[in-house]
Design a binder for this molecule. Structure first.
Ligand code: DGL
Length: 247
């Protein structure tokens, strides 16, 4: 199995990390649109246009599946990507909704959805969770977490002040959806803010759960080959991959 992983930039590496951990694929072609990141502040039509270009990019590689690691793209452009792709396209939003439903028995549980402006404005998580009969969903756009993670700020006073800025008026959640590629890197700080016992839904783990449910994987691949591509400065992407994935 050869898979294409698409993200707006480097954040999708958190999803690659989960794919590698579960040894699902022989080869991963990663494409990050680093020249045009962030997508999370762009509007739907722009995100769709960029996402269709990503489908075109993957056409040279004969892949079996495209995984959209970017929540902002998954929330806005999955249908359009599917229309343009000859292989299946799956996204982290759908997977995150299913993972949340699997993790929570109580339909009255308090669910907090975090994401970029684009993801939160789409209401994609809210609609999906409401369809699964969850009643208490709160969504919060927390876009400042993206540049903080890119600055490798995973703890400390700047992050603490940002957490307070976003979370001070929220009720304690039973589950938190980390609806952005970058948020797993500050999951500890997010969890700590709310006293540590909320369930966290991580896009990478959710997509693995989704894949294992929908497809049959007969083989494990201990040495997945990962090829990195980006629209700008691939060396910078590879350097981050070395740090985040040891690749
Ligand atoms: N990859 C994006 C997401 O998961 C975050 C970065 C961006 O705004 O492009 O929504």
């Amino acid at each position: 199995m050869k898979v294409g992983v698409f993200d707006s930039g480097i954040g999708g590496l958190t999803v690659v990390k989960s794919l590698l951990k579960h040894e699902l694929f022989e080869e991963i072609i990663y494409f990050g649109d680093t020249a045009r990141v962030p997508y999370g502040i762009k509007d739907k039509s722009t995100i769709i246009r960029y996402a269709i270009e990503a489908v075109e990019f993957f056409k040279d590689f004969e892949i079996d599946l495209i995984i959209v690691a970017c929540n902002s793209v998954s929330a806005h452009a999955l249908d359009e990507m599917r229309e343009h792709s000859s292989c299946p396209v799956i996204g982290v939003v759908e997977a995150g909704i299913l993972a949340t439903a699997n993790a929570l028995d109580d339909k009255n549980a308090n669910i907090l959805v975090l994401g970029t402006n684009a993801t939160i404005n789409s209401k994609a998580y809210e609609i999906g969770l409401t369809n699964k009969e969850f009643k208490n969903i709160e969504s919060k756009a927390t876009g400042l977490f993206v540049p903080l993670v890119e600055e490798e700020i995973y703890e400390g006073e700047v992050l603490d002040a940002t957490l307070k800025h976003y979370f001070k008026n929220l009720k304690k959640p039973d589950a938190i959806i980390l609806g952005c590629t970058h948020f797993p890197l500050i999951s500890k700080a997010i969890k700590n803010y709310f006293d540590d016992d909320s369930i966290l839904i991580h896009s990478g783990d959710a997509i693995v759960e989704y894949l294992e449910d929908k497809f049959e994987f007969s083989k494990k691949y201990k040495k997945t080959k990962v090829n990195f591509f980006s629209s700008e400065n691939t060396d910078a992407l590879k350097n981050i991959a070395k740090k985040w994935l040891n690749k």
